[in-house]
Write a protein that binds this ligand. Sequence first.
Ligand code: NAD
Length: 441
Amino acid sequence: MNICVIGVGYVGLVAGTCLAESGNDVICADVDEEKINLLNQGKIPIYEPGLEELIERNVKEGRLHFTTDLDEAIRSSEVIFIAVGTPPLPDGSADLSAVFDVARRIGKNLNGYKIIVTKSTVPVGTGDEIEKIIKEESKSDDFDVVSNPEFMKEGAAVEDFMKPDRVVIGTSSDRAFEVMKQIYEPFVRTENPIIRMDRRSAEMTKYAANAMLATKISFINEMANICERVGADIDAVRRGIGFDRRIGFQFLFPGVGYGGSCFPKDVDALIKTAQKQGFEARILKAVQEVNINQKRRLVERIKEHYGERVKGLLFAIWGLSFKPRTDDMREAPSIEIIKGILSLGANVRAYDPVAMDNAKKIFGNHIEYGENPYQTLTGANGLVIVTEWQEFRRPNFERIKSLLSEPVIFDGRNLYDPKKMKELGFEYYSIGRLPINSPHK
Ligand code: NAD
């Protein structure tokens, strides 16, 4: 099948590549010339495990192409996926200008029946708007607009696209549904469902999924904050509740709050959508508020620990991306944490296995950049762990102690055992766990 994917970001590049891998002829189109040039030189603009090999193979076998010529890409395709960004506007609602630009472009180039698939996360009713725009531009009804929200996780995006838990397809057109089913059948061979529904419900499903996941994170962070105050241990509580199958363990890890390009913006956009209908989404507002406070927890701890002498001290940061296995820094908690430390008058030296280039675009020369985890620690007054990369899980603690000028660790991901850390001579702070000297332990 001839497929075009417009918007070659984290979602579009992964989706386009995986669709080529299943045998389709895919053309990925973007307005960003630099990005397309890089891709055409065989360079991958993002870090995503497994993606590079897949791109290389599919380009070599002639099924995957990259272009800035959107018009030609549209004209030569039967199915067009829209995967452009939908960033937040200052009031929290989704900026749909790129989606509507693409819709106009499709309308101008409609040369026969096409299926337009919205993969970007868009507020309920956007499909209707896209349909209206294409109709106005093309003066034709010979197309269907389908909502097909994307549930991939950055860091495991290829795996998620190749083996989705479920595929949601929102359309009232049998013709479009049959084509979508053909496209997705190679990815659901283990009987995971393709769920058909109306377009508005499909659009809403994406927001509901992200709102639920964000709620779980804020919930466990709230429990952690209560644990700290009442002398309970969130790790024990987590185990105690997680084995209840109604609750489960997934997304119940206390930490520094959620970030990334999706949860913060999508929860905000859903609050805004509800508000426009005169409804106050009270749970979602609390979820966001808890998250904003959680991002400040480590900086508060640092302030409490060092007091007035914090000015001029140096802090080593391990982990900058918003989660492991990605270089994405959008809304990363590390940004708030680093800004917080700098605002105390202290200095930062940071290290991340893959996000250093993106971090440099944000912090420039306001912070130092470490060459590796251990070099980052040299002479620092404390280590702050922000992202739980695998390589930080079992470090050489003796080496850490010898490199730091004070043996203090602020662990935003609960990677280490508090008892062991005390034995090793560290002052160790983590999230929602019993203080080391607690009489309850
Ligand atoms: P991104 O910012 O990485 O990529 C968006 C791409 O769209 C960019 O390459 C940009 O140049 C391109 N673009 C912008 N305007 C364009 C236009 N008018 N014509 C052609 N190309 C244009 O974004 P992303 O993270 O891939 O997200 C894309 C959409 O998918 C968003 O709506 C997002 O909410 C949703 N989504 C993202 C994820 C994720 O994990 N990143 C997961 C599920 C859904």
